[in-house]
Design a protein around this ligand. Sequence first.
Ligand SMILES: Cc1ncc(COP(=O)(O)O)c(C=O)c1O
Length: 434
Amino acid sequence: MTLREGLLRVRAGEAAHPEAVDALTRLAADHGTPLYVYDAETIREKARALRAAFEPRFPRLGLRYALKANTNVEIVKRVLAEGLAPEVVSEGEVRAALRAGAAGRDVLFTSSSKSPSEIDFALRHDVLLNVDNLDELAQVSAAALRLGTTARISFRINPGVDPDTLHQINTGIPESKFGVHLDGGHARAAYALARALPALAITGVHCHIGSQITETAGYEKTARRMLAFVRELKEELGLTLSFVDLGGGLGIPFADGQAVMTPEDLARALKPIWDEEVELLGYEPELWIEPGRYLVAQAGLMVARVNSVKTTPVKTFVNVDAGFNTLMRPALYGAAHRVRIVGRDGEPMLLDVAGDVCETGDILAEGRLLPRPSAGDLVAFLDAGAYGFVMASEYNARPLPAEVLVDGDAVRVIRKRGTWEELHRSEPEVGPPL
Ligand SMILES: Cc1ncc(COP(=O)(O)O)c(C=O)c1O
């Protein structure tokens, strides 16, 4: 039995199986809790499934990984090793991509709010800047002139498509803060202006309609709109683009048995639209796709330990040693991660798994039917590999959790647990009391 097999059992709902208990008990004993555990093989499987779906249908293809989902350099390295290029949202993420071995030239930098120093940093590393608005465009042009370079740019377009996902992660609707609106001629005007400004090289076009999208319809509509726009750019401005980036957003099942769109479904749905539009366009740009969650979410779980169990006149709470400072998604979006009580398979009862942060909203899982655990038991939160550790904080003066990467039976600490000293790392030396 390998650790991986134990982890797969936890995922499969067999958290009471001796292999599952053994794997998580060993990991928690060796590395403490709360703990993020990632499975390297799952990352590889996901990257390969993505490639297998798209590559045969789209010979001119660029696959990217949205680093925001998980910025740990060991994770990034493993995704990039599968032939994906980085998509980033900040200077810190550009630096993470470089640290993981990417060439600056291969990095795509998308953010709706880039600071002057981020723009300079990106230009110095020949990063492709995905411009969000006209103010930013003028700044990029001026910075490139000042630095004596040419900025390779694309625009993030807001295609005005609602993919029917959570409001907080719905990014391509008209009221969203992201990108240049396609409707009303704004996007075309942006390209016309970019063509007229100095020190810019227009390379492509980008959009990202949201996250955790489980159906193909929104992408189909977006692909049609974006490709019609690419045709408009050719016919009206004489522009030829080298890529069309349709963003990330591929959802994963957050519940046992939930059916969601697969990369295969998406690639199959996009293919006829792409072919038809490319025919009309008269040339074939590269198709770029840039998922984050799909690649890493299911590779990760977060393990916490039960501190106490209490039954009030209203509910039963399982108090664990992790909170929204460890895994923020439930408090931030109402996200429902599957929870497994390790080593218990008794009669399920209605439980709330409560975090250790001193806030009423710190409930990690609400109203779940689970076997009743005891103090000391381990609880696993599934699908925590994306937007998990990266959103963790030291709120309530709790050091950051550790992260470990399992590869077969090998375990590597890819981030040490935070320390008490780190909580004060950037504060001045402590002097005498005031
Ligand atoms: C521009 C952009 N691309 C890609 C992604 C990745 O999204 P997901 O993790 O849902 O695939 C995001 C996420 O917010 C994004 O903003």
